[in-house]
Design a protein around this ligand. Structure first.
Ligand code: ZN
Length: 139
């Protein structure tokens, strides 16, 4: 069995952002040379997510509004976590809702997606460097 590990780095200029990771994960898969196996992609930070969905800007605006309803950024004082001196309790909650990782089957040297599936990095507390792990195993 072959194994390939790679990190992807991001720095969102704003607090919240979505990035389509699919081209970079495809490049990782080509670099691995693996044709049959599994590909794990996970956020390495507890205020960011990796998820799979449609690359449609209206949907991304809907996510932003929905997440702000569930876990509004402000007022910071409503969150116990922010008593530590941080202001990112909402980002931890958004990360939990949107998930830590995705696993994609690799078939015939390609990511074996359903219709419209794309991989996204969801940043909820940006303006600093953060990373995503890509681990591919198979043969
Ligand atoms: Zn925190």
């Amino acid at each position: 069995m072959k194994s390939h590990r790679q990190e992807l780095w991001f720095e969102a200029p704003q607090r919240r952002a979505f990035f389509n990771l699919t081209p970079q994960v495809n490049q990782c898969l080509r670099d691995s040379g693996i044709r049959e196996g599994l590909c794990l992609v996970n956020a390495m930070h507890i205020t960011a997510s990796v998820f799979i969905n449609d690359d449609e800007s209206g949907l991304h605006a809907d996510y932003e509004r929905w997440l702000e309803k569930l876990a509004p950024e402000k007022p910071h004082g409503v969150y116990d976590h922010n008593r530590t001196g941080e202001d990112n309790a909402d980002a931890h909650l958004k990360r939990t809702i949107m998930g830590r990782e995705v696993v994609i089957a690799i078939t015939g040297g390609k990511l074996d997606f359903g219709p419209w599936e794309q991989i996204f990095y969801g940043e909820f507390d940006g303006r600093r460097k953060k990373r995503v792990l890509v681990k591919i195993i198979g043969e």
